[in-house]
Design a protein around this ligand. Structure first.
Ligand code: PLP
Length: 404
């Protein structure tokens, strides 16, 4: 059992008031709040450790480098990657996918080759590949979804052909909450020797990830969605792929030797880390991972799943409620509309009652098109949310419905 009151005390922002009402933060799919230990660590680095990493012989620079590399090890251990060489720091999930799209396609794709994604993907996992349609002449193939918002796996296998070069799939949908059967997807793809990228932006914070057990070829996520600082992301990639992929960006740190006759590149993971990284954020990310580990992802999953089921059941009691995404396996997010109330109106009125939810297309316009809607209201829970907050949220939705 989680001690939610104790946990809530670790998150200063949760005692904020909005329009004089206690904040009920249900926009965790967009970003998570930060525990005091992460905020303190950022201050601590700037006040005691600040020096550019990897470049200096002086003590501070070495200490900052060691602290940054300690996070790389913490990330490796968190997702059970075999080696820190396979952990690359980026700006976020978006940059991690762009890196793979650019570099993988440059090395392994020719005109007419195909990448498989799905109908429910976030724009980060659509547009990154569309850019490669223009640059490399690749083609996107799309796995459709069924009426519950689950991937049609039988259709997936039919899309695979000799031109398929990679499958890139989200683990958990940021809109529907669907937990995709990535174990099966990876097994099917590997049967055909096709590598798989998993977008873990909405799974890393809700369940244990073991990249060796999954046997995925790439796994990407953002620090800010797992209680860490903004502007930091992770790309895990199997060494066998990363080694053969060319650098994504040029600059300091990613080189071996530079001359006008030709430049050689650094070894992994530095080959993909051009320029000064946000080492302050990276160092603080370790605190976030430790915080989550201390609570325990199994307990987090169990608590959040119960909260999600409770919230779903309570919302369903409202007349005119339609929930988008009724998959058997769901995590964290509930998207809904009530009657013909516009999602913006619902979101704005909930805000006046202190409740933060997301409205709109959630960076998934092709999914909205498939659902035949323009947008939804989305509530997404984290382990610091409570049943009382869910009760207040559902009562507020009822109040909005009664106003129309
Ligand atoms: N993929 C999914 C499933 C997401 O939910 C998000 C963000 O909401 C992203 C990718 C992009 O993440 P970021 O903006 O942190 O790069």
């Amino acid at each position: 059992m989680l001690d939610v009151n104790k946990i809530r005390a670790d998150f200063p922002i949760l005692s904020t008031k909005i329009y004089g009402k206690p904040l009920i933060y249900l926009d965790n799919g967009a970003t998570t709040q930060k525990p005091r230990c992460v905020v303190d660590e950022i201050e601590c680095v700037y006040t005691t450790l600040n020096a550019n990493v990897h470049r200096g012989v002086h003590t501070l620079s070495q200490q900052a480098t060691d602290a940054m590399e300690a996070t790389r090890e913490a990330v490796r251990s968190f997702i059970n990657a075999p080696s820190t060489k396979e952990i690359i720091f980026t700006k976020g999930t978006t940059e991690s996918i762009n890196l793979v799209a650019h570099s993988f396609c440059q090395q392994f794709c020719s005109e007419g080759d195909e990448i498989i994604i799905s109908e429910m993907e976030h724009h980060a996992n659509i547009v990154s590949w569309q850019l490669q349609e223009t640059i490399k002449g690749i083609k996107l193939r799309v796995i459709p979804i069924n009426e519950r918002g689950e991937l049609k796996l039988d259709e997936f296998e039919k899309l695979i052909n000799p031109k398929t070069k990679l499958v890139s799939i989200m683990h958990v949908s940021n809109v529907l909450g669907t937990v995709n059967p990535i174990e099966e997807i990876i097994a099917i793809a590997h049967k055909h020797d096709i590598p798989v990228l998993i977008d873990g932006a909405q799974s890393i914070q809700h369940q244990t990830i073991d990249v060796q057990q999954l046997d995925c070829d790439f796994f990407v996520f953002s620090s800010h969605k797992i209680y860490g600082p903004n502007g930091i992301g992770v790309l895990y990639g199997k060494e066998k792929w990363l080694d053969r992929m060319p650098p994504y960006q040029g600059g300091g740190e990613m080189i071996g030797h530079v001359s006008f006759k030709g430049t050689t590149f650094n070894e992994l993971p530095f080959k993909f880390e051009a320029g000064t990284p946000d080492y302050v954020g990276i160092i603080a990310l370790r605190k976030a991972l430790e915080y989550v580990k201390n609570i325990g992802l199994d307990s987090i999953k169990q608590y959040e799943d119960e909260l999600l089921q409770y919230c779903t059941a309570e919302l369903m009691k409202i007349d005119g409620m339609k929930i988008y995404g009724t998959a058997v396996r769901k995590s964290s997010a509930i998207s809904f509309l009530v009657n013909d109330i516009h999602h913006y109106d619902m979101g704005m009125l909930l805000d006046k009652m202190g409740i933060a939810v997301r409205t709109g297309h959630h960076c998934a316009q092709p999914l909205m098109e498939a659902l035949g809607i323009e947008g939804t209201v989305r509530a997404s829970v984290a382990f610091y949310n409570t049943r009382d907050e869910i009760d207040a949220f559902v009562a507020a939705v009822r109040r909005v419905v009664s106003m129309f």
